[in-house]
Design a protein around this ligand. Structure first.
Ligand code: NAD
Ligand code: UDP
Length: 329
């Protein structure tokens, strides 16, 4: 029989990098957690430690298909986040963003549930306003290789606000900036995991372009704290609200930090800058500070050290999928 005192919380994309940390925190605080994932970029390993817990359940499901479950809150995180993966099947990426949002909003409307959308700094595209405030409307290509993700996420935001205005759905929209930490997929192509894995494997570190483009990196624990604060906030707080770290650095500086932490002698090599790669990105988090009382706490050096330790452990444990192809055979 279900414990009526326990809040039922669904996390779509719950076996992914951010989703698995969120599930862990929700389970720890006693919520009844349903993780929904199709394992496109997520890993069962990310949630294996939660499977024995009485207040955790995992369901294989694709959010492009409607879902009928009974829950009180929905965190909608399902969507590949790495450019390499979201560009692998761009039509499926748009489908996941748009249909996933539509299905979660329909469910929330029927249940009277709160629903939080994991939107992204990519809605600002290659920004002409710096740092990015929530009022900025963005500079996004509708036709480029990143558009499947950027426009999919923009359309999802539109659906959230229209369901709120039209149907009174209790929405929460956060725009997440680059986040990193343990459980990133080691081969997912994002810059933090790429640099660390390359350094640990003794491979060249691939700087796209000159490496002078900027990003600001938020440790995953800080982000999850922000997501939960947003969900727990008053119904009047609907967003959008930026969540990210304001410590902006050039990508080549990140390579320097990773090299310092891994102690390796890896070489830096340059690769072409991908089309539409944003040249600068940094959140203005004034709103998150004021409305949620939130700001990141983990310094880049500390977060990177914890991430390096995680990838070192993966390699030590010899997960075959993580070894260079010739060693995995
Ligand atoms: P991730 O790729 O590790 O996780 C995404 C999860 O969604 C995976 O477990 C994947 O299997 C699942 N998924 C993908 N398509 C699905 C579908 N059709 N049905 C069900 N599950 C599906 O990425 P992440 O970094 O954990 O990102 C989580 C969310 O946060 C995403 O929505 C992403 O757009 C957003 N976000 C992340 C960042 C970041 O830096 N990590 C930045 C901005 C936005
Ligand atoms: N990048 C890089 N080398 C890599 C992977 C990424 O120089 O091996 C750069 C990429 O061009 C971008 C930044 O690092 O400017 C962040 O890339 P990521 O894919 O992590 O996320 P994005 O912010 O572009 O979505």
């Amino acid at each position: 029989m279900r414990n009526l005192a326990r809040k039922r919380v669904m996390v779509t994309g719950g076996a992914g990098f951010v989703g698995s940390h969120l599930c862990e925190r929700l389970v720890a605080r006693g919520n009844d957690v349903l993780c929904v994932d199709n394992y496109f970029t997520g890993r069962k390993d990310n949630i294996a430690h939660l499977l024995g817990r009485p207040n955790f359940e995992a369901m294989r499901h694709d959010v492009t298909v409607p879902l009928q479950v009974e829950v009180d809150e929905i965190y909608n995180l399902a969507c590949p986040a790495s450019p390499v993966h979201y560009q692998n099947d761009p039509v499926q990426t748009t489908r996941t963003s748009v249909l996933g949002a539509l299905h979660m909003l329909d469910l929330a409307r029927r249940l009277g549930a709160k629903v939080l959308q994991a939107s992204t700094s990519e809605v600002y595209g290659d920004p002409t306003v710096h740092p990015q405030t929530e009022e900025y409307r963005g500079n996004v290509s509708t036709t480029g290789p990143r558009a499947c993700y950027d426009e999919g996420k923009r359309c999802a935001e539109t659906l959230f606000f229209d369901y709120h205005r039209q149907n009174g759905v209790r929405i929460k929209v956060v725009r997440i900036f680059n986040t990193y930490g343990p459980r990133m997929h080691p081969d997912d192509g994002r810059v933090v995991s790429n640099f660390i894995m390359q350094a640990l494997r003794g491979q060249d570190i691939t700087l796209y372009g000159e490496g002078t483009q900027t990003r600001s990196f938020c440790f995953v624990d800080d982000l999850v704290d922000g997501l939960m604060r947003m969900m727990d906030s008053d119904d009047a707080v609907i967003g959008p609200i930026n969540l990210g770290n304001t410590h902006e650095i050039e990508v080549r500086e990140l390579a320097g930090h990773v090299l310092a932490l891994t102690g390796g002698g890896a070489r830096l090599v340059h690769r072409p800058l991908p089309q539409d790669d944003p040249l600068q990105r940094c959140p203005d988090i004034t709103r998150a500070r004021a409305v949620l009382g939130w700001e990141p706490r983990v310094a880049l050096r500390d977060g990177l050290a914890r991430t390096v330790a995680y990838f070192e452990r993966l390699l030590r444990e010899g997960d075959a999928g993580l070894l260079p192809a010739e060693q995995a055979q």
